[in-house]
Design a protein. Structure first.
Length: 329
């Protein structure tokens, strides 16, 4: 059994309604409006299940509309890519959900115990077998091609606030055992300013097809990741996948910074969700949006690419990919 690529067929998409007031502060209402917009965009392609606290269910239903199912489970936060289940599947179609430990990105926000338990609760509700791992891992820290290759960043997975005492070899062995991958490609860097997740890979690159990778390579020399992303690019150019193929690399040069609540905030175009027949992309409402959407559309020629303005979600520490988690069919 192995983790399917994100472009494989989905049963549904999982999301969670924003609830942590100390994270969002004065922009909580804007965050909820953006989550609802993302849910509606994804629901145009596949079913969406939104998890909400009991006293927020009706609010979530009203905001998301009839096309989104809202259920109630205990949660601390709203980033199901990282706290939710990672589904693996066998050639016979049998599925299981890997329940990695979750510690709120290195104990950055407290409490996180409900989020650490939400995977088991969701798998029980979905009727999918749970497989527990003792390793801390967030879904945004990995991208897979479905054919045995996984890409991650040293900046995140080797950070001492995740799995202290675990060696790189032990982490790689657990990834191979739990997710069915055969080769791990380690990039040195995530985003310099990605302090919330310590450099998740979904901010810097993503598989778009077997052997094909879309990579953030900002064209602006003043971008804080100008040199770092070129170091990542060099690693990918020298790498082969689990099948021995050199990687076909497409560069995404666009970047977008907008002010949110007085803070200069980057909206990361690479933080997109691949749905059944579509790609939902975070955009900022700036001129570079159009160019970024065109690059992503070229990488997914058989899917409809839709942009959703998510500057507040970026302010909270993520993007469309961070707040969604696919359930493979």
């Amino acid at each position: 059994m192995r983790m399917p690529a994100e472009w494989s067929a989905h049963e549904r998409c999982l999301m969670a309604w924003p609830t942590r007031e100390d994270l969002w502060g004065d922009v909580l209402a804007e965050a909820r409006a953006e989550y609802a917009a993302v849910a509606r965009a994804v629901a145009a392609f596949e079913p969406v299940t939104m998890v909400a606290l009991p006293d927020q269910v009706e609010q979530a239903r009203a905001a998301c509309g009839e096309g989104v199912e809202v259920i109630t489970l205990p949660i601390d936060d709203s980033w199901l890519r990282d706290s939710g289940p990672i589904i693996i599947r066998g050639d016979d179609g049998r599925r299981a959900g890997v329940d990695f430990r979750f510690n709120s990105w290195g104990e950055k926000h407290s409490p996180w115990d409900a989020d650490d338990r939400v995977t088991a609760a969701l798998l029980d509700r979905l009727g999918i077998e749970a497989v527990r791992s003792e390793m801390v891992l967030e879904g945004g820290s990995i991208t897979v091609d479905g054919e045995g290759t996984l890409i991650t960043t040293e900046q995140c997975l080797l950070h001492p606030n995740r799995n202290p005492g675990w060696t790189r070899e032990e982490i790689e062995r657990e990834l191979k055992t739990r997710l069915g991958v055969e080769k791990v490609i380690w990039l040195p860097y995530g985003g310099l300013e990605d302090r919330e997740t310590d450099g998740h890979v979904d901010g810097v690159c993503a598989f778009t097809a077997p052997g094909s990778v879309l990579v953030s390579v900002p064209s602006d020399p003043d971008h804080p990741d100008y040199a770092r992303m070129r170091a990542n690019l060099a690693v990918l150019e020298a790498s082969t996948d689990a099948r021995g193929r050199g990687l076909r690399i497409t560069q995404l040069p666009q970047s977008a910074f907008v002010p949110v609540d007085g803070v200069r905030t980057e909206v990361g175009y690479l933080n997109f969700y691949v749905a059944n027949g579509g790609v939902v992309v975070p955009v900022a409402g700036v001129p570079d949006d159009e160019g970024a959407l065109a690059v992503i559309a070229e990488a997914f020629p058989d899917r409809k690419v839709v942009g959703v303005r998510t500057p507040t979600i970026a302010f909270g520490g993520g993007g469309v990919h961070c707040i969604t988690q696919q359930v493979p069919a």
